[in-house]
Design a protein around this ligand. Structure first.
Ligand code: AMP
Length: 427
């Protein structure tokens, strides 16, 4: 019997796992600088939460959720996205009494039963942020500014955000009816999924990947025609703010996004490097969601970045450059000394990475492995290796308490006293 990872899931091993951790570290740094704190919510939620928030007729709820009864027959779902869980957690803690705005970010696994392909998994990771309690477009602008700060830190230089404004409540209803009226005469050209969408929630037709459906939708009414004055003003001001802040955007009046809870602002960032699954991230306002889930009426906006896709197209490895010490004993006789030397260096500099050749197979093999570490940067380290300092320990070095340290890339060799690695402040 061969055990394999479940279809649509994947293992992250070093150095890939370290790249994910580095991207998450950068997210933490950037988001913290905007006053955000991290929130962690359970993977399991009551199924009803997603039906109410993401929407009964969306693809996610209709056919993509991992839903099962627990041993007491309660219907549970492994979260397909994180906003609903965050809002649920805040309502449970007493959102109405919290000082506003509330700024939270998260990072974690999400689950959707989709057909796996490049950039599309059944278990995938999202990094996201939610800003609650501010109705004005300045909140949208700040959130997008933060998002772009993060993307720039990862080396993205030429991404642009696709923007739209969708009507809420009445306007949404009229928009949906207008789309239905446009598509209905050609209903018999739709596939079964899209026919269901037409009946249950015509706006979901915009999520369709079917070329035929897309053709029919050309010339269909678009959301800007159904905006009320306040949404229109919000949108205009947001575009001004983005221009002032030099955040590149393009408008797409048929961007609706696959979740029902969005109101007013919606946005998406796509990357050509991704192929068919080209959306790196998406987000928008959800001004009615908190009230709909039983909380107070409170406006909010957020985004979710697909971390797997983000790292697929990131122009650079997000791990920082650092050097490694590599301790190589001459033979098994010097192994104990090697452990001691490594410990002294770590005590001296608690942030140092000291890798020890525990095989005791001698200098030649030890140096060869050290050279490999420098060359392919695919070690298990949380950084890319800028330099390897090889410390070779022979019987003579042990007797004298000295260390021979050779920098592999510059080939500079020096001899230092072990006592120069004095106990640092760390340990
Ligand atoms: P959504 O929550 O649907 O708005 O998606 C936000 C982002 O999550 C998308 O732009 C993708 O980058 C990512 N994403 C969504 N579904 C998947 C999936 N099945 N596999 C990998 N990434 C995904």
């Amino acid at each position: 019997m061969k055990y394999r990872a479940v279809k649509g899931t994947r293992d992250l091993l070093p150095p890939e796992s370290e790249r994910f951790a580095a991207a998450e570290g950068i997210a933490r740094e950037v988001f913290s600088s905007y006053g955000y704190g991290e929130v962690r919510t359970p993977v399991l939620e009551a199924t009803e939460l997603f039906a109410r928030s993401v929407g009964e007729t969306t693809d996610i709820v209709h056919k993509e959720m991992y839903t099962f009864p627990d041993r007491k027959g309660r219907s549970l779902t492994m979260r397909p996205e994180n906003t609903a869980g965050v809002v649920r957690a805040l309502i449970e803690k007493g959102l109405q009494d919290m000082p506003r705005p509330i700024r939270l970010w998260y990072c974690g696994e999400q689950f959707r039963y989709e057909q796996p392909q490049k950039g599309r998994y059944r278990e995938f990771r999202q990094i996201g942020a939610e800003l609650l309690g501010i109705p004005g477009p300045e909140a949208d602008a700040e959130l997008l500014l933060m998002l772009f700060d993060f993307l720039r830190r990862l080396g993205f230089a030429d991404l642009s955000v696709t923007l739209n404004c969708v009507p809420s409540r009445d306007g949404r209803q009229r928009f949906a009816e207008a789309v239905r009226a446009h598509v209905s005469p050609q209903a018999d050209r739709l596939g079964t999924d899209d026919r269901r969408r037409l009946e249950e929630n015509p706006l979901r037709l915009f999520d369709s990947k079917d070329a035929q459906t897309r053709g029919i939708l050309e010339g269909a009414p678009t959301s800007p025609e159904f905006l009320d004055d306040s949404a229109r003003a919000h949108y205009e001001r947001l575009k001004q703010l983005l221009s002032i802040m030099k955040i590149p955007f393009t408008e797409n009046p048929s961007l609706v996004r696959g979740l029902d809870y969005y109101t007013v602002t919606v946005f998406e960032v796509v990357s050509r490097g991704l192929g068919a699954q080209d959306a790196v991230l998406g987000g928008g306002r959800y001004d009615n969601l908190i009230g709909d889930l039983g909380g107070p009426d409170m406006p909010a906006i957020g985004f979710a970045i697909g971390e797997d896709r983000l790292l697929d197209v990131a122009p650079a490895d997000p791990r920082p450059l650092r050097e490694v010490f590599f301790v190589v004993p001459f033979s098994k006789e010097q192994l104990a000394y090697a452990l001691e030397v490594a410990r002294r260096i770590r005590r001296h500099d608690p942030a140092a990475v000291v890798d020890t050749d525990l095989s005791g197979r001698g200098f030649k093999k030890g140096f060869a492995r050290a050279a490999q570490v420098l060359e392919d940067s695919s070690g298990p380290y949380p950084f890319r290796v800028s330099e390897v300092r090889v410390i070779s320990l022979g019987p003579e070095e042990e007797a004298r308490g000295t260390l021979k340290i050779k920098a592999l890339s510059t080939r500079v060799e020096e001899s230092v006293n072990l006592s120069s690695f004095e106990r640092g402040p760390g340990r």
